[in-house]
Write a protein that binds this ligand. Structure first.
Ligand SMILES: NC(=O)c1ccc[n+]([C@@H]2O[C@H](COP(=O)([O-])OP(=O)(O)OC[C@H]3O[C@@H](n4cnc5c(N)ncnc54)[C@H](O)[C@@H]3O)[C@@H](O)[C@H]2O)c1
Length: 251
C-alpha cells in the first residue's frame, strides 16, 4: 500500500541554533536543514557548513549585544525567525566539590548556560511577537537530578528548566503563541562528555550501568526530540520538559 506523501517537517521555517559547530547542536542543524528549515548556525567557534544556504555566525551566547546582532542578521537574510534552539552549553573545566568551586568558574558556567538561554529567549520573544514561534532549550537530566561535583552545571540546567516554564506561560498569551519547551538529554557521546570521561574513565562505566538502555546516546537521537518540539507537530505542547536519557532518570 502506498504511504501518503509527507512534506518536510520544517518547510519554510527559519531556525537559529546555537552551539551548532559540534555535538547536539550540529546534529540538530543538519536534521533541521534536511527537514526544510533555513538554518542560522551560530557558535563561539567556527562552523563548517554543508553548503551556502546556511547563515553561519560567530556568537558568544553570554553577550547580549551579539544576540541582537544574530537576530538582525537572520532577519536581514531570511526575513523572519520561527525557531530558536538554545543549545550552546559548557560544563566546569574541572569537576570539584561545591566547597572548592571558584566563583569565577561558577559565573562562567552560569553565564553561558543560563544567561545565554535567557538572552536568546528575550530576543526571540521580541522578534516572534505577532508571528508566533517555537523555542527549544537544551537543559539536561541534571536540571532534575543532581550529580556530585556539578554545582554550577546542574544549577544552570535547573534554571533553564524553570525559565522554560516561565517563557511558556508568557508565550502562550501571545497571538499567535510562542511555544517554549526544554529537552533533557542524559549522557550523550559528544566532546563535552568525552572531556569529562577523559578525566575520570571509571565514570563512563558507571553511567552505562546507571542507564537502563545500557549505553550513552548519540547526538542524532537528541536532535529528533528537538525537531519534534520545534515543528508544528507539537502545536499543543508548551512548558514541557522532554527527557531523552535512555531511562537514566526512570530509576
Ligand atoms: N553531551 C551530553 O551528554 C549532554 C547531556 C545533557 C545536556 N547536554 C547539553 O547539550 C548542549 C550541547 O552539548 P554538547 O554535548 O553537544 O556539547 P559540545 O561541547 O559538543 O558542543 C557545544 C558547542 O557549544 C559551543 N559553545 C560553547 N560556549 C559557547 C558560547 N559561549 N557561545 C556560543 N557557543 C558556545 C562550543 O563551541 C560547541 O561547538 C549543552 O547545552 C549541554 O549542556 C549535553
Amino acid at each position: 500500500m502506498l504511504q501518503p506523501e509527507r512534506g518536510l517537517r520544517l518547510a519554510g521555517k527559519v531556525a537559529i541554533i546555537t552551539g551548532a559547530a559540534a555535538g547536539i547542536g550540529r546534529a540538530a542543524a543538519v536534521l533541521f536543514a534536511a527537514e526544510g528549515a533555513r538554518v542560522v548556525a551560530t557558535d563561539i567557534g567556527s562552523v563548517e557548513t554543508p553548503g551556502d544556504d546556511w547563515l553561519v555566525l560567530r556568537h558568544d551566547v553570554a553577550d547580549e549585544a551579539q544576540w541582537v546582532a544574530v537576530f538582525e542578521a537572520a532577519i536581514e537574510r531570511f526575513g523572519r525567525v520561527d525557531i530558536l534552539v538554545n543549545n550552546a552549553g559548557i560544563s566546569a573545566a574541572v569537576p570539584v566539590p561545591l566547597a572548592e568551586v571558584a566563583l569565577e568558574d561558577w559565573r562562567r558556567v552560569l553565564s553561558v548556560n543560563l544567561d545565554g538561554t535567557f538572552l536568546g529567549m528575550k530576543q526571540a520573544m521580541q522578534k516572534m511577537a505577532g508571528q508566533g514561534g517555537a523555542i527549544v532549550n537544551i537543559a539536561s537530566v541534571h536540571g532534575f537530578v543532581a550529580a556530585a561535583n556539578t554545582a554550577a552545571y546542574s544549577t544552570s540546567k535547573g534554571g533553564v528548566t524553570m525559565l522554560t516554564k516561565v517563557g511558556a506561560v508568557e508565550g502562550a498569551k501571545m497571538v499567535p503563541p510562542v511555544r517554549v519547551n526544554s529537552v533533557h538529554p542524559g549522557y550523550v557521546e559528544t566532546a563535552l562528555v568525552a572531556a569529562r570521561f577523559a578525566q575520570r574513565p571509571e565514570r563512563r562505566n558507571h553511567v552505562e550501568q546507571a542507564t537502563p538502555l545500557g549505553r550513552l546516546g548519540v547526538p542524532a537521537e537528541i536532535a529528533q526530540a528537538i525537531l519534534y518540539l520545534a515543528s508544528d507537530e507539537s502545536s499543543f505542547v508548551t512548558g514541557s520538559a522532554l527527557t531523552v536519557d535512555g531511562g537514566y532518570t526512570a530509576i
